[in-house]
Design a protein around this ligand. Structure first.
Ligand code: HPA
Ligand code: ZN
Length: 322
């Protein structure tokens, strides 16, 4: 349809992409072979067949298993370059890429290899890209603090910090000190909140962590006062439609609240989250929501505009897209 080609071809920014979630089964097997890593699956088909998730944790278990093939700087480079090339095909002009160093340093991979590999691809790749270091919230704040200190020799290679992994039971306030430290270092701050967790987690991410964007945030609509406040703050929500249906945050795409978020005046936009696991990259997400929800041309433009407004691009760069 005409709407489809408009959303596919329009320039956009991607602000919620976990680079380890862009690792396709074919690349997982190729890297396993290259590095002599033994996988629990016999084939690409068998691995793909295991991608039947029932909630966030059922996905995270497989996502961390997939990441176990990443050992060398070149592996991180190859993964990131593959993503950037795929994103360019979807008319993504700028990407702010999450990475999970603890997933790798816990296996003995040096921090230098993780950051240098991803960053080298980000500078050589076909589109603009910046990095955001995420802390795993199922681990302790001490572990997060040590991770931030270990990353400081590479301070110029990432622009911010985030918070991901198992949400329920690990509220933002658990990481108040490490976010305060990151803030002192001049880093941008974001956190996953209100994906599976309650609206109260969105509130503490904003008030205690002082985040500049909320990742997911879709459960904010359960709290009308919070919704009004997020709209007044122009607090961006990095929404991930295919992720939300695959992880059963919403049963079906027609149940997704993206249109309600926009109608509430929220700065929401579309992102892919973990495209290799959730059935698609940016344009697959756009097509899925535009097929399922009564969204039109004005919504398409608003989503694209919101993606650039919410980005951490310098004001002058941002202006070109607004
Ligand atoms: N939520 C939490 N942690 C994650 C996600 C997510 O959607 N993707 C990768 N790690
Ligand atoms: Zn995410």
């Amino acid at each position: 349809t005409q709407m489809r080609s408009i959303v596919q071809n329009m320039p956009k920014a991607e602000l919620h992409i976990h680079i380890e979630g862009s690792l396709e089964p074919e690349l997982i097997f190729a890297l396993a072979q290259r590095n002599g890593v033994k996988l629990a699956y016999q084939s690409v088909e068998e691995l793909r067949a295991a991608y039947a998730f029932t909630n966030l944790q059922s996905f995270l278990d497989i996502y961390y298993a997939g990441a176990s093939v990443l050992l060398k700087e070149q592996d991180f480079y190859d993964m990131t370059m593959a993503y950037l090339q795929r994103a360019k095909a979807d008319h993504v002009r700028h990407a702010e890429i999450f990475f999970d160093p603890q997933t790798h340093t816990a296996r003995g991979v040096p921090m230098a290899d993780v950051i240098n590999g991803i960053h080298r691809a980000a500078t050589e790749g076909p589109i603009s890209a910046k990095l955001i270091l995420c802390f795993l919230r199922h681990l302790s704040e001490e572990d997060a603090l040590a991770t931030l200190e270990a990353a400081l020799p590479f301070r110029e290679q990432f622009i911010g910090v985030g918070l991901d992994s198992s949400e329920v039971g690990h509220p933002p306030e658990k990481f108040a000190r490490v976010f305060a430290r990151a803030r002192d270092l001049g880093l941008h701050l974001v956190a996953h909140a209100g994906e599976e967790g309650p609206p109260a987690y969105i509130e503490t991410a904003v008030d205690l962590l002082k985040v500049e964007r909320v990742d997911h945030g879709v459960r904010c609509l359960e709290d009308p006062a919070l919704t009004r406040r997020l709209a007044a703050l122009r607090m961006p929500l990095t929404v991930c439609p295919l992720s939300n249906t695959k992880l059963r945050v919403f049963d079906q795409m027609k149940d997704h609240n993206l249109l309600d978020l926009l109608d509430a005046g929220l700065v929401a936009m579309v992102n892919s989250d973990d495209p290799a696991y959730f059935g698609g990259y940016m344009n697959d997400n756009f097509v899925a929501v535009f097929d399922a929800l009564p969204l039109g041309l004005a919504h398409a433009h608003q989503l694209a505009r919101n993606s650039f407004e919410a980005s951490f691009l310098p004001a002058q760069e941002k202006q070109k897209y607004l």
